[in-house]
Design a protein around this ligand. Structure first.
Ligand SMILES: Cc1ncc(COP(=O)(O)O)c(C=O)c1O
Length: 392
């Protein structure tokens, strides 16, 4: 992984992202203090004397120490003002709440299904109008971005791993006066920095790689200006989508090892993608790190690594289901970004009808590559032997 240096505050020299992950968001460096921010279970704090408003009075409005520590780490990594939410969807909803009634929202045709559901609900209620665009078609995306009020981007997309030309689409959106938000969940701030590429907001489901252990839900929206950060905090405060104390502590702990986990996962993902492309059971592999991926050059230009998620297709839904049922090291489960590899046939879910029926999303974790490969090849053999519609 070849992360870029991020500027740190004051006179300190710029620190590498790997160092920020480990060193930022700690209590003051004083004798007797804990090294980690403690879990503070508090809804309310002592009020100021004589009716004065104290700096921190009520958690939903004023945060807890661990949210602030988490926001410090992610803010330094992304180069913006980070605001933590109860989940990735909480962060996405807060961004959409910034839109006035009747706004035009552009979003990718392939996009996290929950965001599609949020957009569809709002459109049905008359809150906004949604333009779904194939973001691999840069000319179409640029044209749609120019007429939008909010441009919602995801790159790589979940689950097809499409790549958008982020600088081109962000520039078009800004020229037309739109707000641009990029869901950076697959890349994490280590591999892609949307604010530096022209977005106003970088959004994360920290449930995935940041938490890294499939044991929590949390989200973040990182604003490119303090004014925008203030507006997002206001949405959090009044809508109440606040992160829990334990979850925030666990994401902070997960972040300490993010660079190591992601490095291992993406090295294995790249190797598995190469091997899968040569396997007779596999009809297509989607991984931006493969030179044959249509978005490879664009991904190489705007990312410092290709990530730890890949997709591949086998011959139809029954074969794909059989592969999920046959893996033993990889877990057949939804979600991604954990230390454990997970595989899912996404087309089984409502709202994912655009996906090929035999498409499988594989999130590559920290197991040994040879165990993952042996698991996949034996699952292919078992699925074939179990009488899938097409013999491999
Ligand atoms: C790319 C992406 N964005 C947003 C979300 C929503 O995040 P959460 O489940 O934390 O609400 C997800 C969840 O799977 C996701 O994969």
């Amino acid at each position: 992984m070849t992360g870029q240096s991020s500027e740190s505050a004051g006179l300190r020299p710029a620190r590498h992202p790997q160092t920020v992950l480990v060193a930022a968001g700690r209590p003051a460096d004083e004798p007797g203090r804990p090294l980690n921010v403690p879990i503070v279970l508090a809804s309310n704090f002592r009020a100021g004397n004589q009716g004065q408003i104290a700096g921190r009075e009520y958690s939903r409005d004023d945060a807890t120490p661990a949210w602030e520590a988490l926001e410090e780490v992610i803010g330094e990594l992304e180069g913006g003002d980070a605001v933590a939410f109860a989940s990735g969807m909480g962060a996405a909803a807060a961004v959409l709440d910034l839109m006035p009634a009747g706004a035009r929202v552009m979003a990718p045709t392939d996009c996290y299904a929950g965001v599609h559901a949020l957009l569809a609900d709002g459109q049905q209620q008359g809150r906004w109008h949604v333009d779904l665009i194939d973001i691999t078609d840069t000319a179409a995306a640029v044209a749609a971005a120019r007429r939008a009020d909010l441009v919602w981007l995801e790159s790589p997309t979940n689950p097809l791993l499409d790549i958008a030309d982020l600088p081109a689409v962000c520039t078009a959106a800004r020229d037309g006066g739109a707000l641009v938000a990029v869901d950076n969940t697959f890349a994490t701030p280590l591999l892609q920095q949307p604010l530096a590429l022209g977005a106003h907001i970088a959004m994360h489901s920290a449930t995935k790689f940041m938490g890294g252990h499939s044991d929590l839900l949390l989200g973040l929206a990182v604003a490119g200006s303090p004014q925008l950060g203030h507006r997002l905090r206001r949405r959090r405060e009044v809508a109440g989508a606040v992160p829990g104390a334990l979850e925030t502590f666990l994401v902070l702990r997960g972040l300490r090892t993010l660079a190591l986990r992601l490095d291992q996962g993406q090295r294995s993902a790249a190797e598995l993608a190469r091997r899968l492309a040569d396997h007779p059971a596999v009809t297509r592999v989607r991984y931006p790190g493969l030179p044959g991926h249509p978005g490879h050059a664009q991904a190489a230009a705007q990312m410092t690594g290709f990530g730890a998620v890949l997709g591949f297709e086998v011959q139809g839904a029954a074969a794909a289901n059989a592969v999920c049922d046959s893996v033993r090291v990889i877990r057949s489960a939804t979600s991604l970004g954990g230390v454990e590899s997970t595989i899912e046939r996404r087309a089984r879910l409502p709202g994912q009808e655009h996906l090929p029926p035999g498409f499988l999303r594989l999130s590559v974790g920290c197991e040994h590559i040879e165990d993952l490969w042996a698991d996949l090849t034996s699952a292919f053999a078992q699925a074939g032997a179990a009488g899938s519609p097409r013999r491999w």
